[in-house]
Design a binder for this molecule. Sequence first.
Ligand SMILES: Clc1ccc(CN2CCN(c3c(Br)cnc4[nH]c(-c5ccc(CN6CCOCC6)cc5)nc34)CC2)cc1
Length: 281
Amino acid sequence: MVIKQWALSDFDIGRPLGKGKFGNVYLAREKEKGIVVALKILFKSQLVKSNVEHQLIREIEIQAHLSHPNILRMYNYFHDEKKIILILEYALGGELFKELQRKKRFDEPTSAKYIFQVSDALNYCHSKKVIHRDIKPENILIGSNGEVKIADFGWSVHAGKSRRETMCGTLDYLPPEMITRAKYDEAVDYWSVGVLCYEFLVGKPPFETKTKEDTYKRIRNISYVFPSFVSAGARDLIGKLLVRDPKQRINLVQVMEHHWVMSHVRREAIDRASQSSDPNE
Ligand SMILES: Clc1ccc(CN2CCN(c3c(Br)cnc4[nH]c(-c5ccc(CN6CCOCC6)cc5)nc34)CC2)cc1
Protein backbone atom coordinates (compact mmCIF):
# COMPACT_ATOMS: atom_id res chain seq x y z
CA MET A 1 0.00 0.00 0.00
CA VAL A 2 1.43 3.38 -1.00
CA ILE A 3 1.15 6.01 1.75
CA LYS A 4 0.35 9.33 0.01
CA GLN A 5 3.00 12.01 0.59
CA TRP A 6 1.07 15.25 1.04
CA ALA A 7 2.34 18.65 -0.15
CA LEU A 8 0.91 22.17 -0.03
CA SER A 9 0.47 21.95 -3.82
CA ASP A 10 -2.30 19.36 -3.18
CA PHE A 11 -4.47 22.19 -1.81
CA ASP A 12 -6.06 25.44 -2.97
CA ILE A 13 -5.28 27.70 0.00
CA GLY A 14 -8.11 30.07 1.01
CA ARG A 15 -8.47 32.81 3.60
CA PRO A 16 -6.65 32.75 6.93
CA LEU A 17 -9.00 31.49 9.69
CA GLY A 18 -6.77 32.73 12.47
CA LYS A 19 -3.22 33.62 13.38
CA GLY A 20 -1.32 32.12 16.28
CA LYS A 21 2.11 32.48 17.88
CA PHE A 22 3.67 29.60 15.93
CA GLY A 23 1.85 29.94 12.64
CA ASN A 24 -1.53 30.39 10.98
CA VAL A 25 -4.63 28.36 10.14
CA TYR A 26 -6.00 28.61 6.61
CA LEU A 27 -9.20 27.46 4.98
CA ALA A 28 -8.18 25.12 2.14
CA ARG A 29 -9.62 22.72 -0.38
CA GLU A 30 -7.91 19.47 -1.35
CA LYS A 31 -7.71 19.59 -5.16
CA GLU A 32 -8.38 15.97 -6.09
CA LYS A 33 -11.57 15.38 -4.08
CA GLY A 34 -12.55 18.99 -3.29
CA ILE A 35 -12.65 18.30 0.46
CA VAL A 36 -12.61 21.51 2.54
CA VAL A 37 -10.11 21.39 5.40
CA ALA A 38 -8.30 23.69 7.82
CA LEU A 39 -4.53 23.73 7.33
CA LYS A 40 -2.58 24.61 10.48
CA ILE A 41 0.80 25.77 9.14
CA LEU A 42 3.48 26.02 11.84
CA PHE A 43 7.03 27.32 11.43
CA LYS A 44 9.75 24.97 12.69
CA SER A 45 11.97 27.96 13.58
CA GLN A 46 9.26 29.37 15.89
CA LEU A 47 8.61 25.98 17.51
CA VAL A 48 12.31 25.39 18.15
CA LYS A 49 12.81 28.91 19.52
CA SER A 50 10.00 28.33 22.05
CA ASN A 51 11.08 24.72 22.70
CA VAL A 52 7.55 23.37 22.10
CA GLU A 53 8.31 20.74 19.46
CA HIS A 54 7.59 17.94 22.00
CA GLN A 55 4.14 19.47 22.61
CA LEU A 56 3.36 19.47 18.88
CA ILE A 57 4.56 15.88 18.51
CA ARG A 58 2.28 14.87 21.40
CA GLU A 59 -0.62 16.86 19.86
CA ILE A 60 -0.12 15.01 16.56
CA GLU A 61 0.26 11.58 18.19
CA ILE A 62 -2.84 12.08 20.32
CA GLN A 63 -5.24 13.88 17.97
CA ALA A 64 -4.40 11.64 14.98
CA HIS A 65 -5.75 8.60 16.90
CA LEU A 66 -8.95 10.17 18.23
CA SER A 67 -12.21 9.88 16.32
CA HIS A 68 -15.32 11.35 17.95
CA PRO A 69 -18.08 13.72 16.70
CA ASN A 70 -17.14 16.29 19.36
CA ILE A 71 -13.39 16.20 18.75
CA LEU A 72 -11.90 18.08 15.79
CA ARG A 73 -10.41 15.45 13.46
CA MET A 74 -6.78 15.54 12.40
CA TYR A 75 -6.75 13.76 9.01
CA ASN A 76 -2.99 13.82 8.46
CA TYR A 77 0.15 15.95 8.65
CA PHE A 78 3.31 16.60 6.62
CA HIS A 79 6.35 18.89 6.70
CA ASP A 80 8.88 20.58 4.46
CA GLU A 81 12.22 22.09 5.46
CA LYS A 82 10.61 25.16 7.11
CA LYS A 83 7.06 24.22 8.08
CA ILE A 84 4.93 21.54 9.71
CA ILE A 85 1.38 21.34 8.30
CA LEU A 86 -1.54 19.70 10.10
CA ILE A 87 -4.53 18.75 7.91
CA LEU A 88 -7.51 19.35 10.22
CA GLU A 89 -11.29 19.15 10.01
CA TYR A 90 -12.84 22.51 9.15
CA ALA A 91 -15.38 23.64 11.77
CA LEU A 92 -18.01 25.71 9.97
CA GLY A 93 -19.26 27.60 13.04
CA GLY A 94 -15.92 29.04 14.10
CA GLU A 95 -14.55 29.51 17.61
CA LEU A 96 -16.78 29.08 20.65
CA PHE A 97 -15.17 31.87 22.65
CA LYS A 98 -16.10 34.37 19.92
CA GLU A 99 -19.70 33.10 20.10
CA LEU A 100 -19.58 33.54 23.90
CA GLN A 101 -18.19 37.09 23.53
CA ARG A 102 -20.96 37.89 21.03
CA LYS A 103 -23.74 36.50 23.22
CA LYS A 104 -22.15 37.61 26.56
CA ARG A 105 -23.43 34.35 28.11
CA PHE A 106 -25.29 31.21 26.96
CA ASP A 107 -28.79 30.25 28.14
CA GLU A 108 -29.21 27.08 30.24
CA PRO A 109 -30.32 24.71 27.41
CA THR A 110 -27.34 25.76 25.23
CA SER A 111 -24.89 25.51 28.14
CA ALA A 112 -26.20 22.07 29.13
CA LYS A 113 -25.99 20.80 25.51
CA TYR A 114 -22.38 22.02 25.19
CA ILE A 115 -21.41 20.55 28.59
CA PHE A 116 -22.95 17.20 27.59
CA GLN A 117 -20.96 17.15 24.33
CA VAL A 118 -17.67 18.25 25.93
CA SER A 119 -18.11 15.63 28.68
CA ASP A 120 -18.86 12.93 26.09
CA ALA A 121 -15.72 13.87 24.13
CA LEU A 122 -13.51 13.98 27.24
CA ASN A 123 -14.94 10.68 28.48
CA TYR A 124 -13.90 9.18 25.12
CA CYS A 125 -10.39 10.69 25.53
CA HIS A 126 -10.10 9.26 29.05
CA SER A 127 -11.14 5.82 27.73
CA LYS A 128 -7.98 6.11 25.58
CA LYS A 129 -5.95 7.24 28.63
CA VAL A 130 -5.68 10.79 27.25
CA ILE A 131 -6.11 13.79 29.58
CA HIS A 132 -6.78 17.06 27.75
CA ARG A 133 -5.67 19.42 30.57
CA ASP A 134 -6.52 22.59 28.63
CA ILE A 135 -10.30 22.70 28.27
CA LYS A 136 -11.46 26.31 27.78
CA PRO A 137 -13.68 28.15 25.27
CA GLU A 138 -10.60 29.15 23.22
CA ASN A 139 -9.96 25.46 22.46
CA ILE A 140 -13.50 24.61 21.40
CA LEU A 141 -14.96 25.06 17.89
CA ILE A 142 -18.52 24.86 16.54
CA GLY A 143 -19.43 22.29 13.88
CA SER A 144 -21.95 22.47 11.03
CA ASN A 145 -24.87 21.27 13.20
CA GLY A 146 -24.11 23.62 16.08
CA GLU A 147 -22.27 20.85 17.94
CA VAL A 148 -19.03 21.66 19.77
CA LYS A 149 -15.67 20.18 18.84
CA ILE A 150 -12.69 20.06 21.20
CA ALA A 151 -9.53 21.13 19.36
CA ASP A 152 -5.91 21.88 20.27
CA PHE A 153 -4.47 18.90 22.14
CA GLY A 154 -1.20 20.77 22.62
CA TRP A 155 -1.40 20.39 26.41
CA SER A 156 -2.88 16.89 26.51
CA VAL A 157 -0.91 13.97 27.97
CA HIS A 158 -1.25 10.24 28.38
CA ALA A 159 -2.67 9.58 31.87
CA GLY A 160 -0.30 8.69 34.68
CA LYS A 161 2.46 11.12 33.79
CA SER A 162 2.65 13.95 36.26
CA ARG A 163 4.79 15.84 33.73
CA ARG A 164 4.76 19.49 34.69
CA GLU A 165 5.24 22.22 32.10
CA THR A 166 5.61 25.87 32.87
CA MET A 167 2.02 26.92 32.47
CA CYS A 168 1.53 29.71 29.98
CA GLY A 169 -1.76 31.38 29.16
CA THR A 170 -4.74 31.61 31.50
CA LEU A 171 -4.66 30.02 34.95
CA ASP A 172 -8.44 30.27 35.27
CA TYR A 173 -8.97 26.64 34.34
CA LEU A 174 -6.24 25.06 36.50
CA PRO A 175 -7.49 22.86 39.40
CA PRO A 176 -5.83 23.15 42.82
CA GLU A 177 -3.68 20.02 42.38
CA MET A 178 -2.08 21.42 39.21
CA ILE A 179 -1.26 24.62 41.09
CA THR A 180 0.16 22.85 44.15
CA ARG A 181 2.12 20.66 41.64
CA ALA A 182 0.69 17.46 43.09
CA LYS A 183 0.34 14.29 40.96
CA TYR A 184 -2.87 14.53 38.91
CA ASP A 185 -5.11 12.37 36.72
CA GLU A 186 -8.27 12.57 34.60
CA ALA A 187 -10.01 14.45 37.41
CA VAL A 188 -8.25 17.63 36.26
CA ASP A 189 -10.58 17.60 33.25
CA TYR A 190 -13.61 17.18 35.58
CA TRP A 191 -12.61 20.42 37.32
CA SER A 192 -12.28 22.21 33.94
CA VAL A 193 -15.79 21.11 32.93
CA GLY A 194 -17.03 22.82 36.10
CA VAL A 195 -15.16 26.02 35.23
CA LEU A 196 -16.41 25.79 31.62
CA CYS A 197 -20.04 25.36 32.74
CA TYR A 198 -19.77 28.40 34.99
CA GLU A 199 -18.21 30.50 32.19
CA PHE A 200 -20.94 29.43 29.70
CA LEU A 201 -23.69 30.51 32.10
CA VAL A 202 -22.09 33.64 33.59
CA GLY A 203 -19.86 34.87 30.71
CA LYS A 204 -16.62 34.79 32.70
CA PRO A 205 -14.76 32.07 34.63
CA PRO A 206 -15.50 31.68 38.38
CA PHE A 207 -12.04 32.60 39.74
CA GLU A 208 -11.23 35.46 37.32
CA THR A 209 -9.50 38.39 39.00
CA LYS A 210 -7.13 41.16 37.94
CA THR A 211 -3.91 39.46 39.04
CA LYS A 212 -2.50 35.93 38.77
CA GLU A 213 -1.86 35.84 42.52
CA ASP A 214 -5.48 36.59 43.36
CA THR A 215 -6.66 33.94 40.86
CA TYR A 216 -4.30 31.37 42.49
CA LYS A 217 -5.68 32.29 45.92
CA ARG A 218 -9.32 32.01 44.83
CA ILE A 219 -8.68 28.64 43.17
CA ARG A 220 -6.89 27.33 46.27
CA ASN A 221 -9.75 28.54 48.47
CA ILE A 222 -12.35 27.53 45.85
CA SER A 223 -13.85 30.96 46.37
CA TYR A 224 -16.53 31.86 43.82
CA VAL A 225 -20.12 33.11 43.84
CA PHE A 226 -23.12 32.53 41.55
CA PRO A 227 -25.08 35.46 40.09
CA SER A 228 -28.78 35.17 41.03
CA PHE A 229 -29.83 34.04 37.51
CA VAL A 230 -27.93 30.71 37.75
CA SER A 231 -30.46 27.92 38.43
CA ALA A 232 -30.28 25.51 41.37
CA GLY A 233 -29.62 22.60 38.97
CA ALA A 234 -26.63 24.32 37.39
CA ARG A 235 -25.26 25.32 40.83
CA ASP A 236 -25.57 21.71 41.97
CA LEU A 237 -23.59 20.40 38.96
CA ILE A 238 -20.84 23.04 39.23
CA GLY A 239 -20.63 22.51 42.98
CA LYS A 240 -19.96 18.78 42.42
CA LEU A 241 -17.08 19.51 40.01
CA LEU A 242 -15.29 22.45 41.70
CA VAL A 243 -14.22 20.22 44.61
CA ARG A 244 -10.69 20.32 46.00
CA ASP A 245 -10.20 16.59 46.43
CA PRO A 246 -10.03 15.14 42.85
CA LYS A 247 -11.51 11.87 44.15
CA GLN A 248 -14.60 13.66 45.43
CA ARG A 249 -15.42 15.24 42.02
CA ILE A 250 -18.21 13.58 40.05
CA ASN A 251 -16.94 11.95 36.84
CA LEU A 252 -17.97 12.71 33.25
CA VAL A 253 -20.64 9.99 33.04
CA GLN A 254 -22.23 11.46 36.18
CA VAL A 255 -22.07 14.90 34.50
CA MET A 256 -23.88 13.57 31.41
CA GLU A 257 -26.48 11.91 33.65
CA HIS A 258 -26.92 14.90 35.97
CA HIS A 259 -30.60 15.97 36.19
CA TRP A 260 -29.82 19.57 35.09
CA VAL A 261 -27.96 18.34 31.93
CA MET A 262 -30.53 15.63 31.17
CA SER A 263 -33.39 18.14 31.49
CA HIS A 264 -31.99 20.07 28.51
CA VAL A 265 -30.36 17.44 26.32
CA ARG A 266 -32.59 15.78 23.68
CA ARG A 267 -33.13 12.00 23.67
CA GLU A 268 -31.27 11.24 20.41
CA ALA A 269 -28.14 13.02 21.66
CA ILE A 270 -28.13 10.75 24.71
CA ASP A 271 -28.72 7.63 22.57
CA ARG A 272 -25.90 8.69 20.20
CA ALA A 273 -23.49 9.20 23.10
CA SER A 274 -24.29 5.78 24.53
CA GLN A 275 -23.37 4.05 21.25
CA SER A 276 -19.78 2.87 21.55
CA SER A 277 -18.87 3.50 17.87
CA ASP A 278 -18.51 6.98 16.41
CA PRO A 279 -21.58 7.53 14.15
CA ASN A 280 -19.40 9.69 11.88
CA GLU A 281 -17.11 6.75 11.09
CL1 LIG B 1 -1.15 28.16 14.87
C1 LIG B 1 -2.75 28.67 15.31
C2 LIG B 1 -3.33 29.72 14.60
C3 LIG B 1 -4.62 30.16 14.95
C4 LIG B 1 -5.29 29.52 15.98
C5 LIG B 1 -6.67 29.97 16.37
N1 LIG B 1 -7.76 29.27 15.61
C6 LIG B 1 -7.80 27.83 15.88
C7 LIG B 1 -9.04 27.21 15.20
N2 LIG B 1 -9.01 27.45 13.75
C8 LIG B 1 -9.95 26.63 13.05
C9 LIG B 1 -9.73 25.25 12.90
BR1 LIG B 1 -8.15 24.47 13.57
C10 LIG B 1 -10.65 24.45 12.27
N3 LIG B 1 -11.81 24.95 11.77
C11 LIG B 1 -12.03 26.28 11.90
N4 LIG B 1 -13.09 27.00 11.48
C12 LIG B 1 -12.84 28.29 11.83
C13 LIG B 1 -13.72 29.39 11.53
C14 LIG B 1 -14.89 29.17 10.78
C15 LIG B 1 -15.75 30.25 10.48
C16 LIG B 1 -15.43 31.54 10.92
C17 LIG B 1 -16.34 32.69 10.56
N5 LIG B 1 -17.31 32.99 11.63
C18 LIG B 1 -18.14 31.82 11.93
C19 LIG B 1 -19.25 32.22 12.91
O1 LIG B 1 -20.01 33.31 12.43
C20 LIG B 1 -19.21 34.47 12.20
C21 LIG B 1 -18.12 34.14 11.18
C22 LIG B 1 -14.29 31.74 11.69
C23 LIG B 1 -13.42 30.67 11.98
N6 LIG B 1 -11.66 28.40 12.48
C24 LIG B 1 -11.15 27.14 12.52
C25 LIG B 1 -8.91 28.87 13.44
C26 LIG B 1 -7.69 29.50 14.17
C27 LIG B 1 -4.72 28.45 16.68
C28 LIG B 1 -3.43 28.03 16.34
